[in-house]
Design a protein around this ligand. Structure first.
Ligand SMILES: Cc1cc2nc3c(=O)[nH]c(=O)nc-3n(C[C@H](O)[C@H](O)[C@H](O)COP(=O)(O)OP(=O)(O)OC[C@H]3O[C@@H](n4cnc5c(N)ncnc54)[C@H](O)[C@@H]3O)c2cc1C
Length: 381
């Protein structure tokens, strides 16, 4: 039975966990160590088949409400981490879907909302395409009274799998708007093959050209700059840290397997490395869980976003250290293309590169220092 079949689950926790485990196992089986990547579509099919895409839909609309203010935020942590552990590209696509469904839950209204949620309930994959390149996306009034987009998106995860993209565009007053675009209307505008990178290949995070795309006012979600409302904007960064944590668990598991196979797990320095890797995972997990509980609470205030930012930065630090320890522990063997850790290492190294880490950290600390309540929260007041 899939999560999507459980509109009124008797034991939602138990059933959800079982579906999640089966889905993660299926995705792991699709991800053998190999030079050749498994494309995303079979993995997305598993997310769909096990009801994980539909689970993001609000509970009042027939889902499990995981994307926005879930009853149990740790369930969302588990979902992102387990799928990230099975395959970081699948985790990235699932995270983008959750992000998009949160924006729909927060900002979409009326018929547009009904249509988008119905699509998601039926297993449609959503994504959020915000990153700009040299030609940022702009929105302007067209001569026929409709609205027209110009420019292009880069890093558009799922250019070959996403059904609905939520894209950002600046208007003439430099305000950011959100637009829901079914990818069926973007034929010839998506370039998955341009994603030529060493890791996260299956995400096909290529380019999307929006020059001349006409939209109706009903395609807009929310008002100007609502996208940046906290604690949902920067506050959402804990979600990709949860997926990255999955990659940390995967690498640690492969290191443990190799050390045991070589009978080195009890060699003092190797055992110390393994312990440091396990504690790095636990540190990351505690931060991610703390950020999820804080930012996904219905009463969360904008300042709560700070917990997510600090968590995201701490997870990146722990992951970088863990990658170093894993290389030392496993040695040259783990660089063989047939080694189970090889692709995970490449994927995690790239996935850790998320936008503006320095700026995020600096802004977070400035705000903590200038606010007495926040200073007390972090024990320095
Ligand atoms: C696998 C993958 C999938 C992705 N999918 C999506 C997606 O679906 N949708 C989407 O919108 N985005 C997506 N992204 C893009 C992501 O959100 C980031 O925008 C992107 O990864 C940029 O990373 P970067 O390291 O180049 O960041 P940058 O922000 O360019 O940071 C690089 C370095 O420069 C520093 N820096 C940044 N700005 C300044 C400045 N003004 N002055 C001085 N230093 C600065 C940073 O602190 C950092 O040290 C994806 C990224 C990856 C890796």
């Amino acid at each position: 039975m899939t999560v999507s079949a459980l509109r009124h689950p008797l034991k939602p926790g138990l059933t959800f966990d079982a579906d999640l485990d089966r889905c993660a196992d299926a995705i792991r089986r699709l991800s053998p160590p190999a030079e050749q990547e498994c494309p995303a579509s079979p993995m997305v099919a598993e997310l769909r088949r096990h009801g994980l895409l539909a689970a993001a839909v609000p509970a009042t609309d027939g889902g499990l409400g995981l994307a926005h203010e879930p009853e149990d935020p740790l369930r969302l942590v588990r979902m992102l981490t387990r799928i990230g552990q099975a395959n970081l590209s699948a985790g990235r696509l699932l995270e983008g879907h959750v992000n998009a469904l949160k924006l729909v839950a927060l900002h979409a209204e009326g018929e547009a909302r009904r249509k988008l949620l119905s699509l998601a309930r039926d297993g449609g994959l959503f994504g959020v395409w915000g990153a700009e390149g040299r030609h940022p996306v702009r929105l302007r009034a067209a001569q026929d009274g409709r609205l027209e987009l110009t420019g292009e998106k880069l890093f558009a995860s799922g250019t070959d799998t996403v059904d609905v993209a939520i894209v950002t565009a600046r208007d003439a007053d430099n305000r950011t708007l959100l637009i829901a675009l079914p990818t069926a209307t973007l034929t010839g505008r998506l370039f998955p093959a341009e994603w030529s990178v060493s890791g996260m290949k299956a995400t096909a995070s290529g380019r999307c050209n929006l020059d001349g795309v006409r939209i109706a006012p009903s395609d807009l979600l929310g008002g100007p700059d609502t996208y940046f409302r906290e604690p949902w904007f920067e506050g959402g960064v804990w979600r990709y840290a949860a997926v990255q944590l999955g990659g940390m668990y995967a690498i640690t598991g492969h290191a443990a397997d190799q050390l045991r196979a070589r009978r080195q797990a009890t060699a003092p320095l190797q055992a110390a490395r393994l312990r440091q890797m396990v504690t790095a995972c636990e540190t990351a997990h505690l931060w991610v869980a703390s950020a999820a509980l804080a930012t996904e609470a219905p009463a969360a205030r904008p300042a709560t976003a700070r917990v997510a930012v600090l968590a995201r930065l701490k997870v990146a630090e722990e992951a970088a250290r863990l990658l170093q320890l894993a290389d030392e522990a496993m040695g040259a063997a783990s660089f063989a293309l047939s080694h189970p850790a090889e692709r995970v290492r490449r994927d995690l190294q790239l996935y850790l590169r998320q936008a503006d880490p320095d700026g995020m950290g600096q802004r977070a600390m400035e705000r903590i220092l200038e606010d007495d309540e926040e200073r007390r929260r972090w024990g320095i007041g």
